[in-house]
Ligand binder design. Structure first.
Ligand code: ATP
Length: 338
């Protein structure tokens, strides 16, 4: 059996890096954090990070890539990778990189993403291309937004026409607004065992949309308050068990469609279907994230679901490290690298 000793698991110091490196350490890997100078003291307080590479800015990442390659580093991408390094730089990386980079194209492009989810027979909010057909509330989403920033809600066509004048971004989509519970399902798909797992589920807390209900309608009347969707944090939630198999099947169909549409390898590893559940208990998928999402940080010690699969604490970060370990031991590392 091949040994994991010569490999180091590394990531960038933000988003879910603590969970990833704790998981890697628990699986027996050496760990390394690439971190901005002003954050290093904070990260040094954690005992499971063996080494640090300090950089002045995320833009300096390519300068250290050669060192990472020489040291057999396996890099685990998280939400900050595309946000800070950019889409093209991620694709151009030569260092061992966990995950299928071809998926990035489909994730980045809203319409390609929609085609993928349609292929998977996933229910999504209606998309409006002609503003004259707006006949119920919509949410307008700029491209490349992070955490709901810059979105706006419009109750009808007239409201839309007034608010669009203020929108800075020229690239956006207009989507049916689904009134329901935003629920994010965190999956892990192993392309070694071909098994899909639901690792955990979270609900986001967004300001001010989640706080508006704290002020009675009578006190809101006359004030010009617009709902906004900026994420502040995440909280845990378990889904009614009757709906769990539906969530699981959506995940399976997403994987199958990716193999047809993207490439033979398709999507594997951690991913998240971001949904809103209507009062009719229908899932509407608003987005897919094709890597570890920040909501999994709630579950560094595992979740109600991961406990059913594993008789030990299993975070998504640790699950990634476990997969890499199995791949190395079975001499299948290539099949999980992008
Ligand atoms: P992230 O990249 O962090 O996932 P994002 O900027 O891509 O965030 P979305 O996840 O698309 O943003 O949406 C942000 C929030 O906006 C959601 O959590 C939800 O509250 C609200 N939202 C988005 N689309 C809809 C919709 N169609 N109906 C109702 N609410 C929506």
């Amino acid at each position: 059996m091949k040994t994991i000793k010569k490999y180091i698991i590394a990531t960038l110091g933000s988003h879910s890096s603590l969970q990833i490196l704790k998981g890697a350490k628990d699986e027996g890997f050496k760990t390394l954090l690439i971190v901005k100078k002003d954050r290093v003291d904070f990260y040094k307080t954690f005992p499971f990070i063996d080494e640090f590479i300090e950089i002045d800015s995320y833009k300096d990442f390519p300068k250290i890539e050669e060192i990472l390659i020489k040291r057999n580093v396996i890099l685990i991408p998280h939400g900050s990778f595309v946000a800070y390094l950019g889409f093209e730089k991620n694709k151009a990386m030569k260092v061992l990189y966990y995950g299928n980079k071809s998926v990035l194209d489909f994730e980045e492009h809203r319409l390609k993403q929609r085609k993928w989810l349609e292929e998977a027979n996933i229910n999504m909010p209606k998309l409006f291309t002609n503003i004259n057909t707006i006949d119920y509330p919509v949410i307008v989403k700029s491209y490349g937004a992070a955490g709901g920033k810059g979105y706006f809600y419009a109750r009808n066509k007239t409201d839309y026409k007034n608010k669009i004048k203020q929108m800075k971004s020229k690239q956006f989509i207009i989507q049916e607004y689904v009134i329901g519970v935003p629920l994010y399902v965190h999956y892990f798909y192993s392309n070694i065992t071909n098994k899909l797992e639901i690792m955990s589920i979270d609900k986001r807390y967004e300001t001010n949309v989640d706080s508006l209900g704290r002020i009675p309608l009578t006190s809101q009347q006359g004030l010009t308050i617009e709902p906004s969707y900026v994420v502040v944090g995440n909280s845990t939630l378990v889904l009614r068990e009757a709906m769990l198999s539906q969530a699981y099947d959506m995940g399976l169909r997403t994987i199958e469609a990716s193999k047809k549409l993207i490439d033979k390898k398709g999507l594997y590893g951690p991913f998240c279907l971001e949904t809103v559940i209507s009062p009719e208990q229908e899932f509407f998928v608003i987005e897919i994230s094709c890597r570890i999402v920040a909501g999994t940080n709630l579950f560094t010690h595992g979740s109600a679901y991961s406990w059913l699969y594993y008789d030990e604490p299993m975070s998504t970060g640790r699950r990634i490290a476990r997969e890499i370990k199995i791949a190395i031991q079975k001499d299948k590392l290539k099949s999980i690298l992008g």
